[in-house]
Ligand binder design. Structure first.
Ligand SMILES: [Zn+2]
Length: 332
C-alpha cells in the first residue's frame, strides 16, 4: 500500500513537471513526423502542388511585388524519387516552406534529401532553414557567398522582417549552403539522373539550373521569367542574354521558370525574357552612347509592348535604370 502511494506521488510529480515545461502529458505528438509540426507562423496563402511530369511537381507564386501574397511570388520545384525528395528553391519565408513541406507530405513520406538553390535572392532563400532543420543538404551556385557576405543581405532581411511580418521575423535567418557548385554536376538519386548547370553570374552573382533527365524537365531559376516583367536587379544582362541564347530547349518536355507558370513550349517561354533584356540593352545602350540622361531616355522610349505585363509598374523603371548604369559601366 505504501509502495503504491509512493508510485502515485512520483507519477503526479512527473506529470506536473511536463505541464510546467509546456509539454502535453500524452506523448502521442511523437508519432507526428517532425517536419509537419508547425513551428513557424502558419501561412494562409493559396498554395498547391502542380504535377509537371512523372516525378516532378512545382508550386507557383503570384505575379505581384516582392511583399505581396505573404511574399509567395516565386516558384519552388519538387522532385520525388524512390530514395527521397529534392527541392528546387526554398520560397520567401519559413512559413511558406513549412506549407510546402505539408503539401509534399500528402504525396510521400520519403525524406527531403536536398535543396538546390537557383540563386541567393530573398524571395528564394528565406525558407531554407525549414529544410536545413529537416536534415536536407543545401547546394547553391558559386557567387551565393558574395550575397551572403554583403551588407545588402543584412539590410534586406531586416526590411523583410518588417514588411513580411509575421512570416519573416527575428527567427528568420540566412542559411549558408553545404556545397557551392561551380561547374556542371550530375546527381543520381532513386534511379533518377539530375543534372545541375552552373550558369555563372547572369540574373544574380551566381545562377544554377536543374535538369531532371528522365522527365526532360528544366528548372531554370530566374534566368527565365514567364508571364511577367523579369526582375533584373544588379544582373549582368550581357552574360544573362548570352546564357539564354546558349540554352538548348528543343528537347524539353517542360520548363519551370523561377516565376510564372511552367511552360510546355520552352522556346516560347524564353522569348519574353530574351526580348525584354535585348530591348532594354538596345534602347538604353543607344541612350548611353548618345550621353542622353536616364530620365530623358526613359520617357522617350516606347515601352508599350511590355507595359501590360504583370509587375511592370513595380519592376520596370528600376530594371531600366539598372541596365542603364551597367551599360555605362560596360563602357559603351
Ligand atoms: Zn526571384
Amino acid at each position: 500500500m505504501c509502495k503504491l502511494f509512493f508510485l502515485l506521488i512520483v507519477l503526479f510529480l512527473v506529470s506536473c513537471q511536463q505541464e510546467e515545461a509546456g509539454q502535453p502529458v500524452s506523448d502521442n505528438v511523437s508519432t507526428v513526423p517532425e517536419t509537419t509540426a508547425l513551428k513557424y507562423t502558419q501561412s494562409e496563402v493559396d498554395m498547391t502542388l502542380k504535377q509537371v511530369s512523372e516525378h516532378v511537381w512545382y508550386t507557383e507564386g503570384a505575379a505581384g511585388a516582392a511583399t505581396e501574397n505573404e511574399g509567395f511570388i516565386s516558384n519552388a520545384g519538387v522532385v520525388i524519387t524512390d530514395e527521397g525528395v529534392v527541392i528546387f528553391d526554398a520560397l520567401g519565408s519559413p512559413s511558406l516552406a513549412q506549407k510546402l513541406v505539408g503539401l509534399i507530405r500528402e504525396k510521400t513520406d520519403k525524406p527531403i534529401k536536398m535543396v538546390i538553390v537557383s540563386h541567393y535572392h530573398a524571395d528564394h532563400i528565406y525558407g531554407l532553414q525549414v529544410f536545413e532543420e529537416a536534415g536536407a543538404k543545401i547546394l547553391a551556385p558559386k557567387g551565393a557567398e558574395i550575397y551572403l557576405n554583403s551588407e545588402n543581405a543584412v539590410t534586406r532581411l531586416e526590411e523583410r522582417r518588417v514588411s513580411l511580418y509575421p512570416w519573416v521575423d527575428e527567427h528568420t535567418r540566412l542559411v549558408e549552403p553545404d556545397e557551392y557548385i561551380h561547374a556542371a554536376k550530375e546527381i543520381s538519386l532513386g534511379g533518377l539522373k539530375l543534372s545541375l548547370s552552373y550558369l555563372g553570374a547572369a540574373h544574380s552573382d551566381g545562377d544554377l539550373s536543374l535538369y531532371v533527365e528522365p522527365d526532360k524537365v528544366l528548372f531554370s531559376g530566374d534566368v527565365i521569367f514567364e508571364g511577367r516583367v523579369p526582375f533584373v536587379g544588379d544582373a549582368d544582362t550581357k552574360h544573362w542574354l548570352e546564357t539564354l541564347e546558349k540554352m538548348e530547349l528543343a528537347e524539353l518536355a517542360a520548363l519551370v521558370p523561377g516565376h510564372g507558370p511552367a511552360a510546355t513550349q520552352p522556346q516560347e517561354a524564353i522569348k519574353l525574357t530574351r526580348s525584354y533584356l535585348a530591348y532594354l540593352r538596345e534602347k538604353l545602350g543607344q541612350a548611353v552612347e548618345d550621353f542622353t540622361p536616364f530620365d530623358e531616355a526613359y520617357t522617350a522610349i516606347d515601352w508599350s509592348k511590355f507595359e501590360t505585363l504583370p509587375a511592370f509598374d513595380e519592376a520596370h523603371r528600376r530594371n531600366a535604370y539598372q541596365v542603364y548604369l551597367s551599360l555605362e559601366a560596360e563602357g559603351f
